[in-house]
Design a protein around this ligand. Structure first.
Ligand code: B12
Length: 247
């Protein structure tokens, strides 16, 4: 059986150049903090999984070539389909491994997510999760549902948590655990501020800029995400047309 180091290197080699990042974690780290309803209870505690994060350049490096390929059907969420195709092509090249793949958008019929990606991000050391539960003085109304938010040390809020790959037979109880960087330096007023921005005005993207980012979404990418999902097919068809005229 191939070892942890080989698998980690394979994933990084195949995904980093496409604008993704990969973070290993143990199932027990996740299972020990989520509500029993969300536990991944079919795996042993020491099972290794990897979180796949998309960085700003994924759009140009992976999504645009996919969207401009006229053989691709863009009628179902093209970003999700593109990420799925990329990840499947990467794991096909990993021999002799039994892998379960989960995506951020996968929900059970009850609407409960199959996996809580923000908790994964925190335990894997990728982007720290900030939530009202950690506040000593919580200023928000008790009955209000405030979503928590992850902030990445390099990209602030300009990234997405895409997928988790569980290597069912790979066990590594001594996997070193990296704690997620606290980019807000323990300042509670900054946590309150980003929670307000994420919950009250996420459309203005200001929650993404609460810390300086080394790279943000390009204006083309922002224009795509600002387009309503139902209008994105037309947006992409226009892009294909412009591209054809130029080449
Ligand atoms: C459902 C969902 C929504 C729903 C929200 C419903 C709601 N208000 O709850 C809707 C459709 C409205 C939505 C909208 C958006 N979403 Co959304 N959404 C999700 C989704 C699919 C599941 C979230 C969820 O239900 N989690 C379950 C709840 C129970 O989790 P929780 O509250 O965090 O509780 C857990 C923790 O507290 C943990 N826990 C307990 N103790 C401890 C201790 C520690 C230390 C830790 C770390 C954890 C922990 O245990 C609990 C679970 O038992 C995730 C993707 C995913 N699969 O996770 C994206 C996700 C959260 N969304 C995301 C985003 C960006 C958005 C939008 C901005 C739109 C967009 N896609 O661009 C908007 C913002 C809306 C807003 N602010 O109001 C991102 C957030 C990225 C980030 N930086 O954090 C995610 C992760 C998707 C992604 N691919 O990256 N979303």
């Amino acid at each position: 059986m191939i070892e942890f180091d080989t698998i980690y290197a394979l994933l990084q080699n195949n995904l980093t150049e496409s604008g993704f990042e990969v973070y290993p974690f143990l199932i027990s780290w996740y299972n020990s903090i989520v509500d029993p309803l969300f536990r991944l209870s079919t795996y042993d505690d020491d099972t290794v999984a990897f979180l796949v994060v998309s960085t700003p350049s994924m759009f140009e490096k992976t999504f645009l070539p996919y969207a401009l390929d006229s053989s691709k059907d863009l009628s179902r969420d093209p970003i999700d389909c593109c990420v799925k195709e990329k990840i499947q092509s990467v794991i096909e090249n990993i021999p002799d491994c039994d892998i379960d793949v989960m995506f951020d958008y996968e929900l059970w019929p009850t609407r409960r997510p199959k996996i809580v990606m923000q908790t994964v991000s925190h335990v894997a050391g990728a982007a720290r999760f900030y939530s009202r539960q950690q506040l000593a003085n919580d200023p928000f109304p008790k009955d209000r549902n405030m979503m928590g938010i992850c902030l990445h040390p390099k990209y602030g809020g300009w990234f997405a948590l895409r997928s988790v790959l569980v290597f069912k037979t790979l066990k590594y109880p001594l996997l070193p655990r990296i704690s997620p960087i606290d980019v807000l330096n323990g300042d509670e007023s900054l946590v309150v501020d980003v929670l307000k921005r994420f919950n009250d005005c996420w459309e203005d993207n200001s929650y993404r800029n609460v810390i300086p980012a080394t790279e943000t979404y390009s204006s083309l990418q922002q224009s795509y995400f600002q387009t309503k999902p139902k209008d994105r097919l037309v947006w992409l068809e226009n892009l294909r047309q412009t591209y054809k005229e130029k080449h």
